[in-house]
Design a protein around this ligand. Structure first.
Ligand code: ATP
Length: 443
């Protein structure tokens, strides 16, 4: 399947800016490449995406516990994990235009894609993706530390603390959502490749009892269902099974969850069977025993690990792209208009119900609309607005609000309001008393 030509990243970026989803970081200083700020609606959108992941991965399971580790860890943790020595991309520079490229992303290694020069690349060099910082008042090699490039290592080094205090035994998981940092050579495609981003990671430890592959498949199915439940289009999502040569040598299985973005397929999440690699690496360097002690058999063993590692910024971007639609619609007067609509799932939509007063200058109308909005606020993400009804609908369509409620003249007389549904644009009159039930049934 080819990328959908109806949506471009320029449109998504423009909408995100116009409606307050995502802004370039430090924009007034010219921006900072690879860093982004989430505006009032974007912050809620991303929070909803994280909550949806957390609900399904942690809250609905009695075998997964929560975790929140520090961003800066002991540098030895990154030595043990292999990141200090091996976490790099191979890059080349064009000697003519001075632009830098990731070697694996170049289609033609003999010609610069930016300036077209032939054979202008430098020799390939390794470029570490680790973001460095220093701890304390002296800046020397002893103070060197790293901003974590993934959240998982904080879980591994705490494996024993967690299983002992949470009184869990494999199979069980530890989950966390948090910021990660990578000094990407070529950040781009909006928030898709950033230098600061958030990950939601589940580390699921299982005994080596022959059920590990079934456990791996169980997580693949669960993650598939998650994307489907929140409405991501099935034809734009694929679960790509990594071949042995594409996986790290220690990994027994791996699946990349990919979405068809306007520029092509891009990874959202990696689901991997990592064996005992991570715990072994920390045991070796720290000299500490992180094995699980099984009370029943009185033996120590290192559990196998199944990891689901999803990028929350990439997933948020996916929800934006997937929900985006531009269509010709006909208004109640038969006039055709072009509308942009974000068809967010109601659990993901930043605003779930917008309540309008048709007239600004009618205090009873404004008061009624405000009181409906305040009643709904306890249950839904609600918003009050007033003014030109066409413009109000247009705005709410563009931010993906599933329902709009309008208080008008008949509302004052009969106590009914107009409820307009985003996708079908159908309008119904509903009694104020019946509103809560009406919305509950539909959301
Ligand atoms: P890529 O190949 O795209 O660089 P990766 O395979 O290095 O990604 P992982 O190390 O598997 O990524 O990280 C797990 C998830 O974290 C990814 O699937 C992605 O959603 C997210 N992620 C990784 N790097 C970035 C980034 N630079 N910006 C935003 N999200 C990222």
């Amino acid at each position: 399947m080819e990328p959908d030509p109806k949506v471009t990243m320029e449109e998504i970026t423009a909408l995100a800016k116009r409606r307050g989803f995502i802004f370039q970081s430090s924009e007034i200083y010219g921006g900072l490449n690879g860093f982004w700020d989430y505006g009032p609606l974007g912050a809620i959108l991303k929070r909803n995406v994280k909550n949806a992941w957390w609900r399904d991965t942690v809250e609905l399971r009695d075998d997964v516990v929560a975790f929140d580790s520090s961003i800066i860890m002991h540098p030895s943790a990154w030595k043990a994990s292999g990141h200090v020595d091996e976490f790099h991309d191979v890059m080349v520079d064009c000697k003519v235009c001075k632009h830098r490229f990731r070697l694996d992303q170049l289609k033609d290694r003999s010609q610069c894609p930016d300036c077209g020069s032939k054979d202008s690349f430098t020799e390939p060099r390794n470029f570490s993706l680790m973001m460095r910082t220093s701890i304390g008042p002296m800046e020397d090699s002893a103070s060197l530390a790293y901003l974590r490039p993934e959240t998982a290592q904080g879980i591994f080094v705490n494996f024993k603390n967690v299983y002992q205090t949470a009184r869990k035994k494999p199979p069980f998981g530890i989950a966390q959502i948090g910021k990660s940092f990578r000094n990407e050579i070529t950040p781009g495609n909006f928030t898709y490749r950033s230098r600061e981003f958030e990950q939601a990671e589940l580390e699921y430890f299982v005994p080596n009892d022959g059920n590990d592959e079934a456990q791996f498949q169980q997580w693949v199915s669960r993650r598939k269902a998650w994307y489907a439940n929140y409405g991501i289009r099935a034809d734009r999502l694929r679960f790509y099974e990594l071949k042995a040569a594409e996986r790290p040598h220690y990994a027994k299985a791996g699946i990349d969850v990919e979405y068809l973005f306007p520029w092509g397929w891009g990874e959202l999440e990696s689901i991997a069977h990592r064996g005992t690699y991570d715990l072994d690496a920390h045991m070796k360097l720290s000299g500490k025993d992180l094995r699980f002690f099984d009370e029943a058999s009185k033996t120590h063993y290192t559990p196998l690990l199944i990891e689901c590692s999803a990028g929350m910024d990439r997933t948020t971007l996916t929800f934006l792209v997937d929900a985006y639609e531009r269509e010709i619609s006909t208004d109640p007067n038969g006039k055709q208009t072009d509308r942009v609509v974000l068809r967010f799932h109601h659990a993901i939509a930043p605003v779930q119900v917008a309540v309008f007063s048709l007239a600004r200058n009618k205090p009873e109308m404004v008061q009624l609309a405000r009181s409906i909005e305040s009643d709904l606020r306890g249950t839904y993400r609600a918003q009050y607005d007033e003014g030109n009804i066409g413009q109000l609908y247009r705005r709410q369509d563009e931010i993906g609000t599933p329902f709009c409620i309008t208080v008008d003249y008949p509302s004052l007389e009969y106590g009914t309001v107009t409820v307009r549904e985003r996708d079908s644009m159908t309008q119904e009159r509903v009694g104020r008393d019946a509103l809560a039930g009406y919305l509950k049934e539909r959301m």
